[in-house]
Every structure is written in C-alpha cells, then in structure tokens.
Design a protein around this ligand. Structure first.
Ligand SMILES: *[C@@H]1O[C@H](CO)[C@@H](O)[C@H](O)[C@H]1NC(C)=O
Ligand SMILES: *[C@@H]1O[C@H](CO)[C@@H](O)[C@H](O)[C@H]1NC(C)=O
Ligand SMILES: *[C@@H]1O[C@H](CO)[C@@H](O)[C@H](O)[C@H]1NC(C)=O
Ligand SMILES: *[C@@H]1O[C@H](CO)[C@@H](O)[C@H](O)[C@H]1NC(C)=O
Ligand SMILES: *[C@@H]1O[C@H](CO)[C@@H](O)[C@H](O)[C@H]1NC(C)=O
Ligand SMILES: *[C@@H]1O[C@H](CO)[C@@H](O)[C@H](O)[C@H]1NC(C)=O
Ligand SMILES: *[C@@H]1O[C@H](CO)[C@@H](O)[C@H](O)[C@H]1NC(C)=O
Length: 701
C-alpha cells in the first residue's frame, strides 16, 4: 500500500473524483500484480498434487474436528422464527463438536441464541451497515480468527443432514488445505422434525426416519435456486487464506460475494476446491410471505426495505475491485465430491479427471486422468446415476459487473434523521470530504464500538458519498458544498478550510430546524466515552462547546476560544436564533466559521462573557457553556497527543474526548493519531479493527 500512497500523492489533487477512482483502481492493479507475484512464488495446485507434501501439523484430532458454523440472521426478519429454530437445531444435532456463531446486533437474536445454551453465541463485533446488514468481508475475517478446525459459513435458514458431518470429517483428514461449497436447494414442504433431545429426525407420526429416506423424499421435490446465491462454504483452518488479494467490503446476503470468493479462490490456486452438493444435504424451506411489511417503532420502514441500493453497491464493488469487469464461474467445470460404494471420490466430470486420497504411505491427493472409461465403468455409472437425478443444476454465473448504474441511497435527509435519531431526537453529525475518508472511518469505528448508532455523515463531495455508502454509513450529500475541496491542503487556516467549516454551521442550522438536536463532532475528535447524556443534561437554550484554551489555568471563555469542531446545539427557538446569527456572520466574514461563533455569541473581544466559562448573547438569550478542558481537552492542552500521554492523564481525569486539532496538515494529523494508538480502522482491509483481530500494522506512511 506504500506505493499506492506514493502514486496518489503525486496526483492532481483538485480532481478528487479521479483520485477516488484511481485510488481504488491503482490498489486493485497493485493487488493483481501482488497476487500474480504471489502465485508465481507459491507452488501451484499441480505441484501439490504431484509432490507429497510434508505434514506440518501432524495429525489433527482426526476423529472429531471442531467445527464452527457462522451465520447471520436477516436484520429485517428479527426475531428469528420457527424456520431458523429448525435450522440451528439441525446443526447442533450433527455433532457435539459443533458450535454456532451468529453475527448480529439485534437483542432478539441474543435471546434466540440463549435458548440453545452455550453452543450458540452472538458476535456483534464485526462491521454492519447502519441498517444492521453485516459485511461479508468482516464475517470472513472473523471466522478466520476462529480456533476451530473447520469454519463453515452458511445461510441462516440452512437445514443440514448428517452427511454434512461425514463429508467434513472426511475432508478434515486430507493433508490439504481445501475449500468446499454447496449451493443450497430449496423445498416448499419438509414434513419432518427433530425430537425433543434434538438428536433424531421424526416423521409426522412421531416415528424415527432414516437420513436416506429423508434424502429420497427431498430428491423428489427440491430445486436449485442458484440465482439467489445462497450457499454453504466450509474450509479447514490452518492459516492459509482462501484467496490472494483483498476481499471487497461486500454486504452479506446481497448477492455476488459467494461467487466472488469461489472465483478468487480458484484463480489463486491456494486450496483444493470442490463442490460438495452431492455429499452434503443442505437446503432451506421456502416461505411465501417472507416479505410482509413490518413497522418498527412507529417508523415507516417500507422504503428502507427496498434495499436495491445495497445490491447495486455489491455490484459496484465487484467492478471497482475486479481485475475484470466480468465475474464468471462455470460450476460445471469444478471438481465434485461423490460417494460411491462407500468410497469418496473427487471427480471433475467435465474433464474426466479424478483425484484420489491415498491412505497408505502419506496423506495426499493425487490426480489421475480417467484413462480407461471401461475399467472405471462402475464408478462412472455411479456418478452418472447421482448427477442425472437433477438435470437443471448448473449454477454457473456470468455476471457483468455493473459500474454504471447510479449508486445512490434513496433517503432524504429527513428520512435518514428519523431512522437514525435516538429517543431524545438527537443526532451526531460528522462532515467530511474524501481526503478525510480514513479519519472518518476511524471515527465511525470508534462510535460503533461505543455502541453509538445515532450518527449521520454529511458528504462534502460525491466520492466520499460513494465511499460512505459502500461502508454502510448513513450518509447524505451536501448540495451546497464547495466543489473544489483539495485532497491534501484543506486544513486549518486555508481558504478551503474556511469554506468547508462554513457549510458545517449551515447544516447544523438546517437539522435544528427539522427538529433534531445536533452534536457536531469533527472526525478528528477521538471519543473515549459517550458524552451525549452529559451534554443533554445542560438543558435548553444552552449551546455547549469545547474550549480551545491551551493554558492550564485561567478562564476558558477568552476571545476566540470557542472550538466549533465539537459542540452540542439543541433544537429550541433560542438556539436556532443564535445559530442563525452565527451562519449570517460567517457568510459575510472572510475568516473560518470559528471566529464567527465566538464573535456572534460571546461578543467581539468577549463582551458577553459571564464568569470564566460562559457567555450570554443578549439578543437571543442563548447561553454558551464552555466544556471543562480536563474532560474535553483540545489538541494543545497538556500535550496529550505526545508520547501517548493521553493514556495516563485521560484515565485519571476520565476524559470524554480528545481533539486532534492544533496541528497543521492532513498527513501530520493522521500520523499523530495512528501513532498515538487512538486509531480504529484498517485501511487495507476496509474494516474496523476488532479485538479478535491480530494487531495489524497500518501501512500508511
Ligand atoms: C479429539 O477431540 C475430542 C473433542 O475435542 C477430545 O475429547 C479427544 O480427546 C480428542 N482426541 C485426541 C486424540 O486428541
Ligand atoms: C409507508 O410508506 C409507503 C411509501 O413510502 C406508503 O405507501 C405506506 O402507506 C406507508 N405505510 C404506513 C403504515 O405509513
Ligand atoms: C426500489 O427502489 C428503486 C430505486 O430507488 C426503484 O427503482 C424500485 O422500483 C423500488 N422497488 C420497490 C419494490 O419499491
Ligand atoms: C460450462 O462448461 C461446460 C463444460 O465445459 C460447458 O458445456 C458449458 O456450456 C459451460 N457453461 C457456461 C455457462 O459457460
Ligand atoms: C435523553 O433524555 C433523558 C431524559 O431527558 C436523559 O436522562 C438522557 O440522558 C438522554 N439521553 C441522551 C443520550 O442524551
Ligand atoms: C476580508 O479580507 C480583505 C483582504 O484580505 C480585507 O481587506 C477585509 O477587511 C476583510 N473583511 C473582513 C470583513 O474581515
Ligand atoms: C431575554 O431575557 C430577558 C430577561 O430575562 C427578557 O427580557 C427578554 O425578553 C429575553 N429575550 C428573548 C429574545 O427571549
């Protein structure tokens, strides 16, 4: 990524649009270059197959692999219903060594999981969109960090039968890194249930039924629904990635991501990849009234349910990250796993190649062309019998990745606010341009980890708008934003900075007038804990702001010490009148908005000061309260950014925030924040840093 930054730095920064596309393209090309390099330096699958591989791991616990099944409930269908209960029970019935991890932030899912005991847990610490849809790349990374022998990722409604466990146990014995997949089939009718103990499947009359009988029943009625893209994937967890390169931040369940992984895994040739559709019985029950409308807490969610923009987002990402505009996986040409006469076979039927697993001397795969169809007759017949059961099973995709359809979140500012605001009708507002996108993400990650969800992002340019959308943020575009925000040079003191800050107060005023209280926070403000309850407690007609006073003693309301990068304004008439004064003043001033705040609300030279920490604007009666500098320190106070001084000082003083201001230049600011450890975003993988991740160095400088 070093090279990326270098190339970026030499661009004409005024063309932020091109920079945005280029940054993604350039990193895409680099990744391709890297993966080509990596492929050359890695032995190919052929080599693996020909040369017996040394056993690194020794024999794992061969009899009973530990398996973790990862899945994500649909955020719109919470709480989970009977179909999901049946699915999870079918998983737990397979083996006592199966555990389940559900990605969700919905409390009803926690309740759901609790009913199953300790084997089912909920993982909220991955990335979600503001509507609760989990990010697929974050799910994969989390399952990656799992300590189980095998990780499985599947749809939340997947019902599994016991052949799943025999196939996985078999694959577990391969001295090989593998990735298996099975597109899910659907059935409308499945008249079986698990007994109380969750061990045996029963018929309607309560009698036990054998797996084979159920499979015969299913074979009559089930269908492949490849276009829905529902799939089960499983891989052994010995440290080898599934593919080279970076998985784009796809949204889970919005199409494309499963095919993408298989496509990339195939071309990376790191693992043995096979289709286990014939040896794993996995399916889901089709429900006809799945999309019935649902009102949540009085909000009309019907337009939110229309998430066509999320699907468009995945397609966009595919195109942005793709080495090609085209994603094509011909599933007919892949290796399939069969079981014939109790023997496990891996066969590429299209190319008549079989791969076998030799027990005797070493555990390895070897590849063999089926040279004598006659000698292999029995095998071929068996395979033919299995595959001919279902003719229409080609799940091949040829996806023209669509880069041209507009990526736009169909929400107005009003509808976004109504969804986002907390119960006190308060929102947190961040305003950012593309040059601050990583800082924005670090800020967002921090708020997410504090479980603060009522924030909204105003995009100053279209690139940061698209970027935010793809990162699942609630974002709107400021139609009046200045159009030429330069990439590196829009920092304190510049003309650009003046204009950008002025759009902030204008936006705050607009939102106040819509009836919402606003905590305006710059993205370079690090939040230690949620300040909202404290800020709210000051009451109406008081604007609460950070002080920019750098001295350790004396008044904190001296002239021009009001920091407009962190303040709380309530939606009452007095505050609105005060903010109107500020916006008017700023419009006619050729300084940044910060002096306008002070001069309008505290009087020029501080003539409206009250005591050491307040002002009272006489026309509107708006009080300004300056926040305690020990609880809300600015970037100059006590040098807290230096040598991680914040660690000792802020834990003693119980700081709420720390502002990364009083430093000039975007890079210096970034550097200071990354080095201080108050950084929450991994730029290369586009994910929030989580405790389950191994600490990655942020390759920024
Ligand atoms: C295999 O794993 C199971 C459960 O994890 C454990 O009870 C058993 O002792 C293990 N066997 C060996 C040989 O490690
Ligand atoms: C929700 O909004 C849709 C269109 O935006 C409208 O057709 C529908 O009647 C609304 N439902 C309720 C319950 O307000
Ligand atoms: C969903 O929104 C898209 C664009 O915003 C629109 O074209 C489409 O008709 C909508 N679909 C439904 C079912 O409302
Ligand atoms: C996939 O490959 C098979 C065999 O090579 C071929 O017959 C089939 O037409 C291909 N399917 C697609 C969609 O390209
Ligand atoms: C919301 O309002 C209540 C009562 O006015 C207050 O106690 C609470 O702290 C407020 N919450 C936030 C997050 O501001
Ligand atoms: C704005 O700047 C110009 C020159 O830079 C100066 O002459 C003028 O007085 C300034 N206006 C205000 C309102 O500060
Ligand atoms: C401000 O307060 C003074 C004294 O309480 C009052 O006379 C005046 O009407 C108030 N002004 C406004 C705009 O509310």
């Amino acid at each position: 990524m070093k090279a990326t930054c270098f190339i970026l730095a030499s661009f004409d920064h005024k063309k932020a649009f091109q920079v945005a596309l280029w940054s993604i393209w350039v990193s895409g090309f680099l990744l391709i270059a890297l993966s080509l390099y990596a492929m050359q330096s890695l032995p190919s699958l052929e080599d693996h197959i020909k040369m017996p591989k040394q056993l690194h791991q020794g024999f794992a616990n061969l009899t009973s692999p530990k398996i973790t099944i990862f899945s994500a409930p649909d955020p719109l269908n919470a709480p989970p219903g009977p179909r999901q209960v049946l699915a999870v029970r079918s998983w737990l019935a397979l083996s006592p060594y199966i555990t389940v991890v559900l990605f969700s932030r919905d409390p009803s899912v926690v309740v759901f999981a609790r009913a199953f005991g300790s084997r089912v847990s909920v993982e909220p610490n991955i990335d979600f969109t503001f509507l609760g849809t989990p990010f697929f790349h974050s799910m994969v990374a989390r399952s990656w960090a799992s300590t189980s022998d095998i990780s499985v990722l599947t749809d939340f409604e997947t019902i599994l039968l016991p052949d799943f466990i025999s196939t996985l146990s078999y694959a577990h014995k391969l001295d090989y890194d593998w990735l298996l997949f099975a597109p899910l089939r659907s059935v409308f009718y499945f008249p079986f249930r698990l007994d109380e103990a969750g061990k045996h499947w029963l018929r309607k009359d309560g009698k036990r039924i054998r797996t084979q009988k159920m499979q015969e029943f299913l074979a009559q009625s089930w269908q492949w629904n490849c276009h829905e893209g529902r799939m089960l994937m499983a891989w052994n967890n010995r440290g080898l990635p599934l593919h080279t390169g970076v998985l784009p931040p796809f949204l889970y369940g919005k199409g494309l991501h499963n095919h993408w992984v298989i496509n990339e895994a195939l071309s990376s040739e790191l693992r043995f990849i096979f289709d286990a559709s014939w040896t794993i019985t996995s399916f889901y029950l089709k429900d006809l009234d799945q999309w019935s409308d649902r009102l949540v807490e009085g909000y009309n969610f019907s337009n939110i349910k229309n998430r066509s923009w999320e699907n468009v987002g995945n397609s966009h990402l595919g195109a942005l990250y793709g080495s090609l505009y085209f994603l094509g996986v011909n599933y007919s040409n892949l290796v399939k796993h069969f079981k014939c006469d109790g023997q496990n076979l891996f066969v590429n039927t299209a190319e008549s190649i079989s791969y076998s697993f030799e027990h005797q001397s070493s555990l390895r795969l070897w590849k063999r062309r089926i040279l004598h169809p006659r000698r292999e007759k029995k095998t071929m017949e068996c395979i033919h019998a299995i595959t001919s059961l279902e003719r229409n099973m080609d799940c091949s995709v040829k996806h023209q990745l669509d880069f041209s359809s507009p990526l736009y979140l169909p929400f107005s500012l009003e509808s976004l606010l109504s969804v986002i605001a907390d119960k006190n009708k308060t929102i947190v507002l961040a305003v950012a341009g593309y040059s601050y996108k990583d800082m924005l993400m670090s800020w967002v990650c921090r708020l997410r980890s504090l479980l603060i969800t009522n924030f909204v992002v105003c995009a100053l340019d279209h690139d940061v708008y698209q970027f935010s959308l793809l990162q699942g943020l609630p974002v709107f575009e400021d139609p009046l934003a200045p159009s030429d925000i330069s990439f590196d040079d829009c920092h304190f003191g510049t003309k650009c900075f003046q204009r950008v800050t002025k759009s902030k107060s204008r936006l705050v005023l607009q939102i106040l007038k819509l009836g919402y209280n606003v905590l305006m926070s710059d993205v370079d403000v690090y939040w230690f804990k949620n300040p909202l309850p404290l800020l709210y407690s000051f009451g109406p007609a008081i604007l609460v702001a950070q002080s920019d006073e750098y001295k350790e003693t004396g008044p904190i309301n001296l002239p021009r010490r009001l920091n407009s990068g962190f303040y709380f304004a309530r939606s009452d008439d007095t505050t609105i009148a005060g903010m109107e004064k500020v916006v008017k003043h700023a419009a006619s001033s050729n300084l940044s908005e910060q002096p306008s705040f002070y001069d309008s609300l505290c009087g020029e030279g501080g003539s409206y000061r009250l005591g050491d920490n307040r002002c009272l604007e006489p026309e509107t009666n708006l009080t300004v309260h300056f926040l305690d500098r020990n609880l809300f320190p600015n970037g100059a106070y006590q040098n807290l950014w230096e040598k991680k001084k914040w660690k000792s000082v802020c834990s003693k003083k119980d700081c709420f925030i720390l502002h990364n201001n009083w430093i000039s230049g975007r890079r210096k600011k970034l550097q200071r924040q990354v080095l201080s450890g108050l950084w929450g975003y991994d730029i290369s993988s586009r994910m929030c840093l989580q405790s389950w991740q191994k600490t990655k160095s942020t390759s920024y400088f």
